[in-house]
Write a protein that binds this ligand. Structure first.
Ligand SMILES: [Zn+2]
Length: 263
């Protein structure tokens, strides 16, 4: 049987959405378990069936042990590499040179609003100032305070959520679509902007691509898709491969760029 050809596409999409940056959180494990619990077809076919047994155990005893977390991470890595190894990259219609890429930064927009973001797990709430880009959470004071004004890296998970709320009620017209889709995606995954990474805006044929590189073995690439929207892709710099074999437009020159910058 050809596992990849018979793969349950929706399950792969769900897995890809939560895991292609190489970091697995407890919440993501529960989200995945929840998806498989509700979807019989997904858990009866690959790759859901390879995950369900262990996720079922997690639910039986209500505990996610370090060992189970490690096993899940291993299975997910195997699924990802299997998909990537079956991937045959299509030829690009037009080859873009590294020298043709325009380099820029994506800044946080400013809006004079302070928004309180409640945290379900603890019952606490934090105040986010979208004009000064501050948050009252300990993580913000610990890791993000020192970044310069407007830097993306000042954006903790609460700030991402606050920005996303603004987008939902109608953001100012000048906010780029890329930024709106970025905060939507961060909010969906319950993350802030990776503050250990370097973030760059690449201009390729007049389209913006947001990329990160740094300590994490996975680079994030937010790239244009259909309908003027943006989606996140994962690129493994050391393995020189795209997560799950999913490639953005101009994937060759983006990979070339990410391989050319310092670790
Ligand atoms: Zn915060």
């Amino acid at each position: 049987m050809d596992t990849i050809a018979d793969a349950h596409k929706e399950t792969l999409d769900v897995i890809r959405k939560i895991t292609d940056d190489g970091i697995l959180t407890e919440q993501e494990v529960y989200d995945l378990a929840d998806y498989l619990n509700k979807n019989q077809e997904a858990r009866g076919s690959w790759p859901g069936n390879s995950l369900f047994e262990i996720l079922h155990q997690v639910f039986e005893d209500g505990v996610l042990s370090d060992d189970e977390m490690a096993q899940l991470a291993k299975i997910l890595t195997d699924i990802e590499t299997l998909c990537a190894s079956h991937f045959v990259p299509p030829p690009e219609s037009k080859k873009i040179l590294l020298s043709e890429i325009k380099l820029d930064n994506l800044d946080l927009p400013r809006i004079q609003k302070t928004i309180e973001i409640p945290v379900k797990a603890t019952g606490e709430s934090y105040k986010v100032d979208l004009g000064q880009h501050t948050c009252t959470c300990p993580g913000w004071f610990g890791h993000r305070k020192e970044f310069q004004a407007d830097s993306l890296k000042r954006c903790c998970v609460h700030m991402a959520e606050a920005f996303w709320q603004q987008v939902q009620v109608g953001a100012p017209e000048e906010w780029p679509q890329l930024f709106k889709d970025l905060v939507e995606e961060l909010s969906y995954r319950g993350r802030g902007v990776d503050s250990d990474a370097t973030w760059k805006l690449l201009g390729i044929e007049d389209h913006p691509y947001l990329v990160s590189y740094g300590k994490n073995e996975w680079s994030n690439v937010y790239a244009p898709i259909e309908g003027g929207k943006f989606d996140r892709y994962g690129y493994h710099r050391e393995g020189e491969r795209w997560a799950f074999g999913q490639i953005p437009n101009h994937y060759q020159v983006i990979a070339e760029y990410l391989n050319s910058v310092p670790a």
